[in-house]
Write a protein that binds this ligand. Sequence first.
Ligand SMILES: NC(=O)c1ccc[n+]([C@@H]2O[C@H](COP(=O)([O-])OP(=O)(O)OC[C@H]3O[C@@H](n4cnc5c(N)ncnc54)[C@H](OP(=O)(O)O)[C@@H]3O)[C@@H](O)[C@H]2O)c1
Length: 287
Amino acid sequence: MILVTGATGGLGHQTIESLLNTTPAAEIAGLVRDVSKATDLVEKGVDVRQADYLDYPALVQAFQGIDKVLLVSAVAFTDRVHQHRNVIDAAKEAGVKHLFYTSIQRSTNFVMTEVTESDLATEAYLKASGLVYTILKNGYYFEGLGYMIGSEVPEAEISIPAGDGKIAFVKRTELAAATATLLTSEGHENQEYTMSGSEAYSFDDIAREFSALAGRPITYKNSELAPYIAQKVAAGFPEVVANFLAQWCAATKHGMLAGTDNTVERLLGRKPTSLREYLKMTYFPGV
Ligand SMILES: NC(=O)c1ccc[n+]([C@@H]2O[C@H](COP(=O)([O-])OP(=O)(O)OC[C@H]3O[C@@H](n4cnc5c(N)ncnc54)[C@H](OP(=O)(O)O)[C@@H]3O)[C@@H](O)[C@H]2O)c1
C-alpha cells in the first residue's frame, strides 16, 4: 500500500489523483491534518489517515500496513527538519520499507536558508535511516511564476532580481503524474532524481513569450533585491513572504533552478508543458 502525505495540498492531492488512474483506491492512503478537507478522497475510496508531522505516535499509527510513503516536504518557515525526522522515524518504526522525499532541485551550491538547508539535513537523515529511499529534487513549479512576477500580464516590463538566471519550470500536475509513476514502478531504490522541466527559460525568454502572446513589447529588467521586496510589500505581501520571493529570485540568478532533466518527460511519456503553453493557459485563457 502507498501512502502520500500532504494529501490536502497541491502536490500530494494531484499525486493521489494520478495514482488513481492506475492503482485501485484500496491500495492508496493519504495522510492529512484535517480529515474534513479530504472528503473527495474518502468518496473515491482512498484510505484517509490523520496525523500531523509533529505528532509522532499518530504518525506511527497512520503508517501501519504501508509499504511506500511519499513524504511531501513541510512548508517553509516551520521546523521542517524536526517534522521530516518524525515522519522518517515513524515510518521506520511502523515497518514502512521505502520512503520518497520531495526535495528541491539544486543545480548549483546556492543555499536558500528556508529551503535547501532543511532539505540537505533531511536527505542526510533519510540516507542514514536504513529505509530504502528515493530523493526527488523537484524543479520550481510553473505555478510559482505568478508569485514572482504577478498574476496579471505585465504592462510593459518585468522587473525582478533574477539576473540572467534560468528556471527549468515544471507544472505541478505533471510533476505529480511523474511522481505517481515512480511510486508504482520498480528500480528506484536509493536513487535521486532531478524532477525539473526539459527546457530552462530566462526572464528575457519569459518577456519575449509575453510579448508574442500580448502582441506588444514587454521587456525584462534585472532589478535589485531591496526595490523588489518593497514592491512586493506594496502589493500586499507580508514582509517575510516578500523576502522569501526575493530569495527565489536570488536562487534563480545563481542557477539553482536552471538544470534541465528528462526524467519527468520520460515518466510522462511526452513533452512537458512549455513556457508558451503555460503562459497561454494561465495569462491568456480563452484567447
Ligand atoms: N518546487 C516548488 O516550486 C515548490 C514550491 C512551493 C513549495 N514547495 C515544497 O513542496 C511541498 C509541496 O508543495 P505543494 O504545492 O503541495 O504545497 P501545499 O499545497 O502547501 O501542500 C503542503 C501540504 O503539506 C501538509 N502539511 C504541512 N505541514 C504539515 C504538518 N505539520 N503535518 C502534516 N501535514 C502537513 C499540508 O497540510 P494542510 O492542507 O493541512 O495545510 C498540505 O497538505 C511544499 O510543502 C514545500 O515544501 C515546492
